[in-house]
Design a protein around this ligand. Structure first.
Ligand code: ZN
Length: 177
């Protein structure tokens, strides 16, 4: 299968899986916009097809009823392994999951680190432009600091993504603090 075809197949797969979900911000953007945005950033800085596809699929197992077997069947074991690397264990309490992201990110593959950085860039951007309803400024600030801790553990894989993260982080934190 051509790489274009695979990327479109993953986009369609993500759109179907996330079809009933919306982002938390007040604008209620369809969830799939988020994963397309993550994939677009990865493509922009010329990352490989596998990483771009993992970007498209990064929230399917964590946030939808998608099983690892489905991802493996359609996209292969390598992409599955990156998706699993960026999937939080939802059976754990939220504070523990957040701590684990900080602790475990440095041990992850380069592909997983790139997806993490792109994901955090998109999350910071949406918090900055359209914060989730009921998120206080303190909560937003806390998220910014936590995201930076996670990304600091992922550095060394793509200077462009890392620079973009720093720019977005700084622009946001200046208004919050
Ligand atoms: Zn995400």
């Amino acid at each position: 299968m051509s790489t274009d075809r695979l990327i479109l197949k993953a986009t369609l797969f993500a759109a179907e899986k996330h079809k009933d979900q919306r982002r938390k911000g007040e604008s209620q953007i369809p969830y799939v916009n988020h994963v397309i945005e993550v994939a677009e950033l990865l493509e922009r800085f010329q990352h490989d097809t596998e990483t771009i596809i993992a970007g498209l699929l990064h929230d399917t197992i964590e946030d939808t009823a998608t099983t690892p077997e489905e991802i493996e069947e359609h996209f292969g074991v390598e992409i599955l392994s990156v998706v699993l690397e960026v999937t939080d264990d939802k059976s754990l309490p939220k504070t523990e999951r957040k701590l684990l992201q900080v602790v475990n990110t440095p041990k992850k593959s380069d592909s997983a680190k790139k997806v993490k950085i792109a994901d955090k860039i998109c999350n910071l951007k949406s918090i900055h432009t359209a914060p989730p309803e009921n998120w206080t400024l303190d909560r937003q600030t806390e998220y910014f600091h936590w995201a930076k801790q996670v990304v600091d553990g992922a550095r060394g894989v793509c200077p462009h993504l890392e620079q973009l993260f720093d720019d977005v982080w700084l622009a946001g934190i200046r208004e919050l603090e």
